[in-house]
Design a protein around this ligand. Structure first.
Ligand code: HMG
Ligand code: MG
Length: 304
């Protein structure tokens, strides 16, 4: 089996992770977390979102976060935007990359963005056109690609159809979100196969929540299909506030442990990543959910 020589890890903990916290995390903690993750060598650190603060109050300070992080050369700090209002705020905050999001099912689209799939794609199209004209890069997310908490099974063609729209409007990469973590490897491969009819496989990212412990297996299955970009979250933080029952993304430490072990390059330093995980877990006052992170942190402590 041929796996990629290099994988891009997109760190989404500061957004996907912290958006789901019950209590709002102070701006300075978010800023320090983002700076630590960038220092670990992560090439992309999703820094927040410009969404309605009524919907996701935890991300209300994204402009402040963006103004205080130490932006490193070569690191991208995308933010999520659902509409033109979000894009305008993102441009005012000096971002160079935004991420739009749509869903593969109508019910999830309504719950997450209060509109139909068609309407969310129309909004994304305006966002894409304006952002690209302003020199920004746009990533596209699709949620519930392997199962929906409201509608259950999701057909690969439903995902492929939304992917085609996002690709045609100029997204440079499409991240396929298993929002509830329901997917298994064979299903993941079937879905990727359908999406690849419209989007080159090297332009796809995998975004696996680990609710059912399948994320690492699904990443391996995706690499077998030629994918080489994966989203993950330090310490396995996160979930989506509109996805009941879903836990966090696959932990960045678990992904890195597997890739390091397979000799696949990422540019990420495990020790610095573990420091970032320990920092945020200490603040949140709970242990990491990363198995590799926990084992490696204990080993480090014993050796110290
Ligand atoms: P709506 O209520 O239909 O919007 O929400 P509206 O246009 O009627 O506006 C309502 C209020 O929000 C107004 O304020 C607007 O100005 C304001 P008011 O007049 O009442 O004071 N507003 C905004 N404020 C700041 N920034 C904005 C913005 N837009 C409107 N951009 C809307 C529609 C899309 C805005 C709302 O549903 C929303 O913000 N949804 C976002 C939900 C969200 O962030 N979910 C989590 C991220 S997605 C995710 O986690 C999945 C992912 O990880 C992949 C995966 O795992 O599947 C990416
Ligand atoms: Mg997510």
């Amino acid at each position: 089996m041929k796996y990629p020589d290099r994988v891009k890890i997109v760190e989404v903990g500061p957004r996907d992770g912290l958006q789901n916290e019950k209590k709002t995390v102070p701006t300075e903690i978010k800023v320090e977390l983002i700076d630590r993750l960038a220092a670990a060598g992560l090439p992309v650190v999703e820094a927040g979102s410009f969404v309605s603060p009524k919907w996701v109050p935890q991300m209300a300070d994204t402009a402040e976060v963006m103004s205080r992080i130490k932006r490193r050369d070569g690191v991208s700090y995308p933010v999520l935007v659902p509409n033109m209002k979000g894009l305008e705020a993102a441009i005012a905050a000096g971002v160079t990359e935004v991420a739009g999001f749509a869903a593969a099912t109508e019910t999830f689209s309504q719950k997450n963005t209060n509109c139909s799939i068609a309407e969310s794609l129309r909004r994304q199209e305006s966002v894409c056109r304006t952002a690209i004209d302003a020199g920004l890069r746009v990533r596209g997310y699709i949620s519930v690609v392997l199962g929906c908490p409201y509608e259950g099974d999701v057909k690969p063609d439903q995902v492929a159809d939304v992917a085609r729209h996002l690709w045609d409007m100029g997204c440079y990469e499409i991240s396929l979100g298993d929002t509830v973590g329901m997917g298994t490897p064979a299903k993941t491969q079937k879905m990727i196969e359908a999406v690849c009819a419209h989007v080159p496989v090297e332009k796809l990212g995998g975004h696996f929540h680990d609710t059912y412990g399948q994320a690492i297996a699904n990443i391996l299955a995706s690499m077998e299909m030629g994918m080489a970009t994966f989203d993950s979250s330090v310490a396995g933080l996160g979930g989506c506030p509109y996805s009941p029952g879903a836990t966090g993304n696959v932990a960045s430490e678990d992904v890195l442990y597997m890739l390091d072990g397979m000799g696949i390059e990422t540019g990420v330093d495990m020790d610095t990543l573990l420091d970032a995980a320990e920092f945020i877990c200490m603040y949140l006052d709970r242990p990491t959910v990363s198995r590799a992170g926990l084992a490696l942190s204990l080993k480090r402590r014993k050796a110290a």
